[in-house]
Design a protein around this ligand. Structure first.
Ligand code: NAD
Ligand code: UDP
Length: 391
């Protein structure tokens, strides 16, 4: 089965060893699952946590052996300060770097940690790959585009409807960030600089690289539910915030009215794009790829409405009288928050190089994700919020 797999040019795919940094996170856990179940590649999984991949590392009570045997090895390493990292990169054919602080609530409240994590901590990874002639797939973000050109036009200006004022193209669009005091942009700026450094290593020292710009990948295991598997005061990304509100039967909080627009792609569709990059190096090297679903665009308010409807369907619970409330970004995120207005990925390059297209509609991906959230957390929330019984 796996031996017969071929790349996009019909060549047999040779099994490789992949050093995956940040393998214990949301994207890493899905990528590990896919590589173990559908390919013969080996994974050196690096992270400080492994909760989201524990099911891949330890046999369950029902299945005494893992079907992929010893093709995954977990290394509990903080890449900030661990000399074992270079050895692992040298042992691997390919390094994938996913490690980052990447929740917006941190960008304006922990800007130093954000900049260190996304730029300084990624530097040795790039350096070791370049010095040892190893291929690198680096995870950047759609946030490097910042705001759209159109966002600077008056609200009712007709050019705002012109795609050339909002569609984001890897090789043409500028990176437009707010002023320094809007610390939200610390993340985007750090990611932009590491992209430029990787690109320069490619140009000057021949580093073989691919840069991925995810556009709001969502699905099961994204972030955490505050007070259940993460800190009570923690603020995860929007999918987990809204899931938490739905599970607790609280109104969903719309930051500044929820007028920002996003395109959401199902994690399982996006992972297929990453596997194509891994297995088609000649087509992926030297490229920056948008990975998103331009057909799944909604305002955050529309997302809240759709998630409410889907959650009622999967949980059987009725809609609240007041399903959403407006909150100011200052109250929700604190000073220094700012927002990307609209994110439509141009898909020309990934289509041409890898023939990839997303498949799953927003409704379908929310249905499978919220079914997972309900199954995983509803009981724990019920117990956590149950009033102690008087004895
Ligand atoms: P995540 O937070 O779930 O995963 C990141 C993982 O990196 C975590 O498990 C974390 O423990 C690990 N990590 C962080 N610092 C580390 C360190 N110093 N040493 C070892 N491990 C460390 O995030 P994710 O959603 O899986 O995102 C992965 C990458 O994709 C990030 O670089 C992020 O910026 C990028 N990205 C993701 C999205 C998305 O839609 N999910 C969007 C834009 C960009
Ligand atoms: N947001 C919201 N309510 C929440 C959480 C987030 O209205 O409870 C908004 C946030 O202001 C942003 C969008 O949802 O406009 C997406 O936020 P996310 O944290 O997923 O990250 P982003 O797409 O901004 O990187």
């Amino acid at each position: 089965m796996a031996g017969a797999r071929v790349d996009l040019d019909g060549r047999p795919i040779k099994p490789m060893t992949i050093c995956m940094i940040g393998a214990g996170g949301f994207i890493g856990s899905h990528l590990c699952e896919k590589l173990l179940s559908e390919t013969q590649h080996k994974i050196l999984a690096v992270d400080v946590y492994n909760d989201k991949i524990r099911h891949l590392l330890e046999p369950g009570s029902s299945d005494p052996a893992l079907p992929w045997g010893d093709r995954i090895q977990f290394h509990r390493i903080n890449i900030k300060h661990d000399s074992r990292l270079e050895g692992l990169i040298k042992m691997a054919d390919l390094t994938i770097n996913l490690a980052a602080i990447c929740t917006p609530a941190d960008y304006n409240t922990r800007p130093l940690d954000t900049i260190y994590s996304n730029f300084i901590d990624a530097l040795p990874v790039v350096k070791y790959c370049s010095e040892n002639n190893k291929r690198l797939i680096h995870f950047s973000t759609c946030e490097v585009y910042g705001k759209t050109i159109g966002s600077y036009l008056p609200k009712d200006h007709p050019l705002r409807q012109d795609p050339s004022f909002y569609v984001l193209k890897e090789d043409e669009s500028p990176c437009i960030f707010g002023p320094i005091e809007k610390q939200r942009w610390s993340y985007a700026c750090a990611k932009q600089l590491i992209e430029r450094l990787i690109y320069a290593e490619g140009a000057e020292n021949g580093l073989e690289f691919t840069i991925v710009r995810p556009f709001n990948w969502i699905g099961p295991r994204m972030d955490f539910i505050p007070g259940i598997d993460g800190p009570s005061e923690g603020v995860p990304r929007v999918l987990a915030c809204f899931s938490n509100n739905l599970l607790r039967r609280e109104p969903l909080k719309l930051v500044d009215g929820g007028q920002s627009q996003r395109t959401f792609v199902y994690i399982k569709d996006a992972i297929e794009a990453v596997v194509l990059m891994i297995e088609n190096s000649a087509r992926a090297n030297g490229h920056i790829f948008n990975v998103g679903n331009p057909n799944n665009e909604v305002t955050v308010k529309q997302l809240a409405e759709m998630m409410t409807e889907v959650y009622c369907k999967v949980s059987g619970e009725p809609v609240l009288e007041q399903p959403t409330i407006d909150v100011s970004s200052k109250d929700f995120y604190g000073v220094g928050y700012d927002d990307s207005d609209k994110r439509i990925p141009d898909m020309t390059i990934i289509n041409k190089q890898l023939g990839w297209n997303p498949k799953t509609s927003l409704w379908d991906l929310l249905e499978s994700t919220l079914t997972y959230q309900h199954r995983t957390y509803a009981e724990a929330i019920k117990q956590a919020t149950a009033k102690p019984v008087a004895s």
